[in-house]
Design a protein around this ligand. Structure first.
Ligand code: ZN
Length: 143
């Protein structure tokens, strides 16, 4: 188990830009505010999105493409460093007008509207993502 302790830093609320990609906007928000470690939540709506489920045997993401407007019913994620830059890892639950839901690793999403709560974490050693041979993922490492 890898454990790091942090103190709460700034809390940032942001309205993201219509038509932009949500993961890119999360990343810009972190970069422009100098946040290397943090936690985020978001709600809103996307005009289309790509979710994914990681195949634990093949070590590849199976994509779920939603080419329709959906609610961003829930989105949570974190920010840490990968290759020295802020990297966003987010998961989402998306719903359609009948309330049907899809969930998974959030690859991308075109923003219709999105509101973000971003909690900066500071005072600890930065979390850095490194390749993990067991899972095939970039996980937090002891660097
Ligand atoms: Zn994920």
């Amino acid at each position: 188990m890898l454990i790091r302790n942090f103190r709460q830093g700034r809390i940032i609320f942001a309205r993201l830009d219509h038509g932009e990609d949500i993961i890119r906007q999360f990343t810009i928000l972190a970069e422009e505010n100098g946040i290397e470690t943090g936690a985020l939540c978001a709600v809103g709506a996307l005009s289309r999105a790509i979710l994914a489920c990681y195949d634990q045997k093949s070590h590849e993401y199976g994509k779920i493409t939603l080419n329709e407007p959906v609610e961003l019913a829930s989105c949570s994620g974190n920010i840490s460093l990968k290759d020295g830059r802020p990297f966003v890892h987010a998961h989402a639950v998306l719903s359609d007008r009948m309330g049907r839901t899809w969930g998974g690793h959030l690859i991308s999403g075109n923003i219709f509207a999105a509101e973000v709560y971003l909690q900066e974490l500071s005072g600890g050693l930065p979390l850095k993502r490194v390749p993990d041979s067991v899972t095939g993922l970039y996980l937090w490492g002891n660097e």
